[in-house]
Design a protein around this ligand. Structure first.
Ligand code: HEC
Length: 258
């Protein structure tokens, strides 16, 4: 009788120890949290949460076989140019250390299958979409640009996300030139944004004080002029950037321009 109980426990434990859920907890969760990430948890992260990893991978890589092949390769042989995570995330956390010797090939195969079936969870996707929408609204509300259309991209942000991607293939010379454009753009827009925020505040104040529209004519002219200047900086950034990149690189970054 005792023997049977022991055997049953043993089989039970073995079954659990070999499940994708148990393996991912043991081998990956020390760095990749398996919880739905919350804002206040972020400073403690040493790697992106598993939901975020799979969200990006499923966005970039299509088909479960390709996803599995990517994970099975990356975990043993990670490299910044292979990464599908945003380049700024890799810069922030550093490239993942190879897990060779820490997890067997068979264990990894079980883990990757489990990852693809489980992540990202619906709750995470909903949460993320809400956050992105809020960010977009905030950016729109404080935008100093006359045109806020999706097809006029913010190259400074877009490029940082893809900076080290092998598929984009930026040369050192291109990177050097792009950094100059980035610096000019950011410093120019920053300066104008401070002034437009102040003018918007002054104009609002006048309305709250029941002043006449005519009384803010000068501020409105100045605001319109500043927004035109900011828009020109934005357009110049697009023009300078596209002249540094080749056609394939532009097509990679801006599929909607095709
Ligand atoms: C010592 C910490 C650590 C452990 C343990 C770890 N990772 Fe990572 N992982 C990272 C970091 C840091 C990144 C982000 C940088 C990068 O992408 O290389 C990352 C990124 C990834 C990515 C995204 C790759 C990309 O950039 O596109 C995958 C997939 C991944 N990990 C899978 C796993 C799996 C599966 C395990 C468990 C077998 C695991 N990791 C264990 C630190 C870790």
């Amino acid at each position: 009788m005792k023997k049977i109980v022991l055997l049953a426990t043993l089989v039970g434990t073995l079954g659990f120890a070999n499940s994708g859920e148990a393996l991912i907890k043991e081998k990956c969760a020390t760095c990749h949290t398996l919880e739905i990430p919350q804002m206040e948890m972020m400073p403690d992260f040493v790697a992106p949460p598993m939901d975020a990893v799979m969200f990006h991978m499923k966005d970039v890589i299509s088909g479960n076989d390709n996803l599995k092949a990517f994970i099975d390769d990356y975990v043993f042989d990670p490299d910044v140019s292979k990464s599908v995570c945003e380049s700024n995330k890799v810069q922030k956390f550093g490239v993942m250390p190879s897990q060779k010797g820490k997890v067997t090939k068979e264990e990894l195969a079980t883990i990757s299958e489990y990852m693809i079936a489980t992540y990202p969870r619906e709750q995470f996707v909903r949460h993320l979409k809400e956050m992105l929408k809020n960010d977009e609204m905030t950016a729109l509300k404080s935008s100093p640009f006359l045109i806020n259309a999706e097809y006029l991209p913010h190259f400074t942000k877009l490029l940082i996300e893809h900076w080290d991607k092998a598929k984009l293939g930026l040369t050192d010379d291109q990177k050097k030139k792009l950094l100059v454009v980035r610096k000019e753009t950011i410093s120019g827009v920053k300066k104008i944004k401070k002034q437009t925020s102040f003018l918007e505040f002054e104009i609002s104040e006048a309305m709250i004080d029941r002043d006449s529209v005519d009384s803010v004519e000068k501020q409105l002219d100045e605001l319109a002029h500043l927004k035109k200047e900011a828009t020109k900086i934005h357009l110049k950034c697009i023009s300078d950037t596209t002249s540094i990149l080749n056609d394939d690189q532009v097509a990679y970054l801006l599929p909607m321009w095709q």
